[in-house]
Design a protein around this ligand. Structure first.
Ligand SMILES: NC(=O)NCCC(=O)O
Length: 383
């Protein structure tokens, strides 16, 4: 079986382990069980008809005396590109809008309050090619582009916050960015969060296309909690998650595009660790499928030129502050993961583990201030 055919770790465990053993293995691998969320039959039927996977889970919190539960439903969308990568640009974007539109409709049936799409969701992940044309033509204005207008309609229609990660063209400064546009459930653009860390690894030649983000660690206060977006490669940077959390994020989304050969063993760990370390929820989203490009490109590794990036392995999941996580979506199929979070869990875990209180950040700030100076001398004692 090839890596692009293997459906999921969860499915494999379920088909091969005896029931009692499976419970223990799941406890160790995933933490406290996230119970299944019952989803309306119209949604289940629509997902089957539209050929995408639909899964639902919930994170409960303890009942408190002074605060009512703060339940929010998030939707994570993963999908393949719909048309071949050499189809006309507007056709490709339009086909992606239609596909995601039909998934969002099902999310609305499931009562989703906040939905997030994968990184640069309207285009193939073409940065591997190192060609500028036609890929830069997929870039759009964050405020007024067609994709933002499309998402504004969805947000208003379904009373949903929409997080739409796109390739952004900022005409004013002739600059491209990798940006998540955050659209309030009122339909207004609440703001945008630009990708802070640009990969310099494998075929992710992204620094050729756009700049390091300048929006810092903005958090968006919405009707459904305080949200932040840490785009893809930012998940390898603990300080990136940390600063969103310091600014008050209760849920941090991580829209991504990453391939099996490079990052799959890291995928289940990083967003989950960030949820634990920062007493918040994290939502990791990855695209699926293998995208083929007309022109061959090399990977600078002595191997032959090729036409594809490798397999994007999906596996989107949600992690909670208590170390638990949902099972992932499939590695091979389009999907919608609906997860109900009780945001009260963040403070409950914080009161138990107190990482923010015990973090000694002022000391680290001072030491880090010294460590980044050109005249820094590492503190090493030698005999
Ligand atoms: N899109 C992106 O930043 N990918 C980099 C590779 C990775 O972070 O796994």
């Amino acid at each position: 079986m090839s890596a692009s055919e293997f459906e999921s770790l969860e499915k494999s465990l379920e088909s091969h382990l005896p029931e009692a053993e499976l419970t223990e293995v799941k406890r160790l691998l995933f933490g406290r069980e996230t119970p299944k969320l019952s989803l309306p039959s119209c949604a289940v039927e629509a997902a089957a008809e539209r050929r995408f996977e639909l899964k639902g889970y919930k994170f409960d919190a303890a009942q408190e005396q002074l605060r009512p539960p703060r339940r929010v439903r998030v939707g994570l969308v993963q999908h393949r590109v719909v048309l071949p990568t050499d189809a006309p640009i507007l056709d490709q974007v339009g086909a992606m809008h239609s596909r995601v539109g039909e998934i969002v409709e099902v999310a609305a049936m499931c009562g989703v309050n906040v939905i997030c799409f994968q990184e640069t969701w309207t285009m193939p992940f073409a940065f591997c090619t190192r060609e500028k044309e036609p890929w830069t033509e997929f870039a759009e204005s964050a405020e007024e582009g067609n994709t933002t207008r499309f998402c504004q309609e969805l947000a208003k229609k379904y009373n949903m916050v929409v997080i739409s990660p796109i390739l952004e063209r900022e005409e004013l400064h002739s600059t491209l960015w990798n940006t998540a546009v955050v659209i309030s459930n009122s339909g207004n653009v609440l703001g945008k969060s630009r990708k802070n860390h640009i990969p310099r690894v494998g075929d992710f030649n992204e620094s050729t296309y756009y700049m390091e983000g300048d929006t810092g660690h903005t958090v968006f206060q919405t009707q459904f909690g305080k949200l932040a977006v840490n785009i893809c490669y930012g998940r390898h940077h603990p300080l990136n998650w940390f600063m969103y959390s310091m600014n008050g994020a209760e849920i941090i989304f991580n829209p991504s595009a990453t391939v099996g050969a490079l990052s799959e063993p890291m995928w289940p760990i990083e967003a989950r660790n960030a949820a634990i370390a920062n007493h918040c929820f994290t939502c990791a989203i990855n695209r699926v499928g293998t995208e083929h490009f007309k022109s061959e490109f090399t990977s600078g590794d002595g191997k032959k030129a090729h036409h594809d990036f490798g397999h994007f392995y999906g596996s989107s999941y949600v992690a909670g502050p208590d170390g638990s996580r949902t099972p992932g979506l499939s590695r091979t199929r389009d999907g919608l993961l609906v997860v109900e979070l009780d945001l009260n869990l963040n403070r409950q875990v914080s009161d138990k583990w107190s990482f923010k209180m015990t973090g000694r950040y002022a000391e680290y700030a001072e030491e880090l201030g010294e460590a980044v100076r050109p005249d820094f001398k590492p503190k090493i004692i030698k005999e």
